[in-house]
Design a binder for this molecule. Structure first.
Ligand SMILES: Nc1ncnc2c1ncn2[C@@H]1O[C@H](COP(=O)(O)OP(=O)(O)O)[C@@H](O)[C@H]1O
Ligand SMILES: [Mg+2]
Length: 445
């Protein structure tokens, strides 16, 4: 009985308010359509692999349209700070002032720390991190939207309200947009990181190719040097024979002597090339370090003189041998001296010093039976190494030189050779003054 009566009453109301209800429904429908369109646009933007700024611009535009707001700014979280990345409708001067802000205790900080949307209707009464925002003409309130990914807050979108806020009811919608945008930022940052990693990998690959080319050239040189050595031997033998036949009195013998001495020069050069190409790379022998240094200096003499660099040597006397492969040790010195030459473009001085030290062995580096070490100090008066680089110079591929001028492998190879033979290498450097490398290798006792 009771239900019959109430049905009658509600029918009466429905008839009397028919028009206004229809209007309400149409309005709600229109609003719903706008929302759906905006969400769709944002979803499309998220689905496309655009760059971060582009994506945030699109998303920001859609949110502003949806909520009928004109001014906004998007920040990315960077440690304890917020960095502005894009904005709409705000004055450029103002944005410059708030480009980077600290995450404080105001509404921005609160939104980030609580991961909740904070709505401030009267911004002039709140202590907002975006100073002076209340002074911008027409801005009454702000919505602080944390942009959340699954685990953390990636950014903050601040919407500036010019009128009493009609969209506060849409908090749920904003909440879901905020989650989408956070994920979007995270993905875009990952994408950027991946791109960077790819670039680095490509650079490494280029260098490896360069190295391969160098190795190939080295092998070719070694082969060629072998090929040249045989005919040189024959020529020199024949020339010697002719000289002995002609006798000193013959004036043609002078010419023959010139030929012989030039052949000797070429033979010497070929020998050095073969040494450098390392035809006997694995042989370990008792090596006198001073001889290796003298050979290396003879090899690099031309290059050093041409660079206008003086060399001084203080080679210790009666030094014990080192058990090492002579070519590898030579490679160590060539690498270090080459770097010194590069560091002294306007000339300078290289000092080489060898001496014996007796000390407690470092068990983690040196074989424990060694107590005496041969030290080689190589100092230059070059540009020096910046503090921030000093820990990286032995890393493979670390170079401060232009592509094509440095491979970043010299010191990495040097260190690995020295450590292979139970030694260590240390560097001291002062920018503008010069650099010293100290190499210690176990001495034969
Ligand atoms: N004597 C030196 N003076 C100044 N910088 C040096 C010196 N030796 C090495 N370096 C720095 O260490 C880096 C790495 O050296 P290295 O491994 O030989 O590679 P590369 O010479 O190909 O750059 C150089 O690029 C340079 O910045
Ligand atoms: Mg080098």
């Amino acid at each position: 009985m009771a239900s019959k009566r109430s049905a009658k009453i509600s029918k009466g109301i429905a008839v009397s308010d028919k028009n206004s209800e229809k209007r309400k429904m149409l309005n709600a429908l229109a609003k719903k359509n706008r929302l759906l369109a905006a969400i769709n646009n944002i979803a499309i933007a998220i689905g496309r692999p655009l760059h971060l700024e582009e994506l945030l611009n699109t998303a920001q535009e859609e949110i502003l349209n949806l909520l009928n707001i004109k001014k906004s700014i998007v920040y990315l979280v960077n440690d304890n700070k917020l960095d502005a990345i894009t904005y709409r409708g705000l004055n450029e001067d103002f944005v410059r002032q708030v480009k980077t802000i600290d995450i404080g205790n105001g509404p921005a900080g609160k939104a980030i720390n609580t991961k909740k949307i904070i709505i401030v209707n009267d911004i002039s009464s709140s202590h907002c991190e975006i100073m002076n925002v209340s002074k911008i003409k027409g801005i009454k309130g702000c919505i602080f939207m944390p942009l959340k990914s699954k685990e953390r807050v990636m950014g903050l979108l601040i919407l500036c309200l010019e009128s009493p806020n009609p969209i506060i009811k849409e908090v749920n919608l904003l909440e879901s947009i905020s989650n989408h945008l956070g994920t979007l930022i995270e993905n875009a940052l990952l994408f950027k990181e991946k791109e960077q990693a790819y670039e680095e990998l490509k650079a490494i690959q280029d260098r490896l190719i360069q190295m391969e080319t160098l190795t190939a050239i080295g092998k070719l040189t070694a082969g060629l040097a072998h090929e040249i050595a045989t005919p040189l031997n024959i020529i020199s033998g024949r020339a010697e024979y002719l000289l002995s036949e002609l006798g000193e009195a013959d004036i043609r013998s002078e010419n023959l002597k010139v030929i012989i001495s030039q052949i000797e020069r070429i033979t010497e050069l070929v020998k050095r090339l073969l040494t450098l190409a390392g035809s006997e790379k694995t042989k370990i022998e008792n090596v006198n370090i001073n001889n290796v240094i003298s050979d290396m200096l003879a090899f690099m003499e031309r290059k050093i003189i041409n660079s206008g660099i003086n060399i001084e040597t203080f080679l210790g006397e009666n030094l014990p041998f080192i058990k090492i492969n002579q070519h590898r040790l030579q490679q160590v010195f060539i690498n270090i001296i080459s770097n010194s030459l590069d560091a002294m473009q306007k000339g300078g001085k290289i000092s080489l010093r060898t001496y014996l030290i007796m000390e407690e062995a470092k068990p983690e580096i040196m074989p424990s039976r060694h107590r005496s070490f041969i030290c080689t100090e190589i100092s230059d008066t070059g540009c020096g190494i910046e503090e921030k680089h000093i820990n990286k110079i032995f890393d493979p591929f670390f170079t401060t030189k232009k592509s094509g001028e440095g491979t970043g492998l010299g010191l990495a190879i040097t260190k690995s050779i020295i450590e292979e033979y139970g030694g260590d290498i240390e560097v001291k450097s002062s920018v503008g003054k010069g650099t010293t490398f100290i190499i210690r290798l176990p001495a034969e006792e």
